[in-house]
Design a protein around this ligand. Structure first.
Ligand code: GLA
Length: 400
């Protein structure tokens, strides 16, 4: 009897548990979908940093080809994202059409898919995009349906054009609500298509987007203004990310903007610093260079599997700053196997040495240390290890 009652009460609480879980899943289908959509920070390529307004169909196909031939795809780079300037006029029914640079979007999407890749597109919640092309204001559902019909898998939704409307709002609160509503509107429109489409919010980190980005369905959200191919700008963006770690996780990521690696404006050490900081930040890795003409060094940097593994680690824990001493900073990222990625960054113009204190990193016993960029096991260590970091460089360790 006792057993039967215990069984019943256990069964009832299981049923109640399932019902509660189902209720919350129904309340928030977007969040459930987001979990599977961007379980790890999205990886791919985006046209803007290198090609700006010159991006066209032929270039996108060539990048997709290169994504495969260079090993980028096999390293995890999957999304081929078309940024601003693809848009043409709307037809009589208001359906969005591409401009003459993109003769057949569906055919292009099919081509990219045939390479085992996915494809992304770009729009704005305003009437116009940043580059002055047609935005989605008033056509959200129609545009989402068009992207789904063409076969797109990713949308970057860039505030830009809506800023004029936001400025006219009577109060900052009203402007905030207008912006949030605009992002919710496109979230719902994407959801209605039934196609899984990664939703990338781009509004430059305004109004602490990391606090509400998940609620409006964002799988990633830009936390800063635009990056460019200069060391000072990369540093300004990258090192400003301290404190944001708790807002990121599987399905929803902080996005400090696309990579500049390989675009030519920084030294190899600077690009290594860029890449190392981005992986510790669990940042989306969207290459922004021309994949058809990469040097062997750039390819090696972008496809280093031990570096990428830090970014894509299944724990999905964004890293953060541990200490700062002027231009020297130590950042760490907890990894699923109990080890930590440790980045020792030097922003100074000459080499500097600094001890890495393993106790400060939470390790009580002796540790095993591997230098990731050198691909070298450094053996077992206790207490601390003094590294010498090249000017504008990084030493990236995996400590266990
Ligand atoms: C904004 C975005 C950039 C890029 C351009 C395109 O500046 O932040 O990433 O998409 O618009 O016009």
């Amino acid at each position: 009897m006792k057993h039967r009652e215990a069984f019943r009460s256990c069964r009832n609480s299981m049923i109640a548990g399932i019902a509660v879980a189902a209720y919350f899943a129904a309340l928030c289908p977007c969040r459930a979908a987001a979990q599977t959509l961007a379980a790890a920070p999205p990886m791919g390529w985006n046209s803007w940093n290198h090609f700006h307004r010159t991006i066209d169909d032929k270039t996108v196909r060539a990048q997709a080809d290169a994504m495969v031939s260079t090993g980028m795809r096999d390293a995890g780079y999957i999304y081929v994202n078309i940024d601003d300037t693809w848009q043409g006029e709307r037809d009589a029914q208001g359906n969005m059409q591409a401009n003459s640079k993109f003769p057949d979007m569906k055919d292009l999407a099919d081509y990219v898919h045939s390479k085992g890749l996915k494809i992304g597109i770009y729009s704005s919640p305003g009437a116009k995009t940043c580059a002055g092309y047609e935005g989605s204001l008033g056509h959200e559902e129609q545009d989402a349906a068009t992207y789904a019909k063409w076969g797109f898998d990713y949308l970057k939704y860039d505030l830009c054009g809506l800023r004029t409307e936001l400025k006219a709002a009577p109060t900052p609160e009203a402007a905030h609500k207008m912006m949030v509503d605009a992002y919710i509107k496109m979230r719902d429109a994407l959801h209605k298509t039934g196609r899984p489409i990664v939703y990338s919010l781009c509004q430059y980190g305004n109004d602490a987007v990391w606090r509400w980005g998940t609620d409006v369905g964002g799988n990633l959200w830009r936390t800063t203004g635009d990056i460019n191919d200069h060391y000072a700008r990369m540093v300004e963006i990258g090192f400003s990310q301290a404190g944001l770690a708790r807002f990121a996780g599987p399905g929803h990521w902080n996005d400090p903007d696309m990579l500049e690696v390989g675009n030519g404006g920084m030294t190899s050490d600077e690009y290594r610093q860029h890449m190392s900081l981005w992986v510790i930040l669990a940042a989306p890795l969207l290459a922004g260079n021309d994949l058809t003409s990469m040097t062997a060094e750039t390819t090696a940097m972008l496809t280093n599997h031990e570096v990428i593994a830090i970014d894509q680690d299944r724990l999905g824990q964004q890293g953060d700053r541990v200490s700062a001493e002027g231009p020297l900073e130590i950042w760490e990222k907890q990894l699923a196997d109990g080890s930590k990625a440790v980045g020792v960054f030097n922003r100074h113009a000459t080499a500097l040495s600094i001890p890495v204190d393993f106790k400060q990193l939470g390790f009580r016993k002796s540790v095993r240390v591997r230098d990731i960029w050198q691909a070298k096991d450094l053996g077992s260590m206790k207490d601390s290890y003094t590294v010498t970091v090249p000017p504008h460089g990084v030493v990236l360790l995996r400590v266990k």
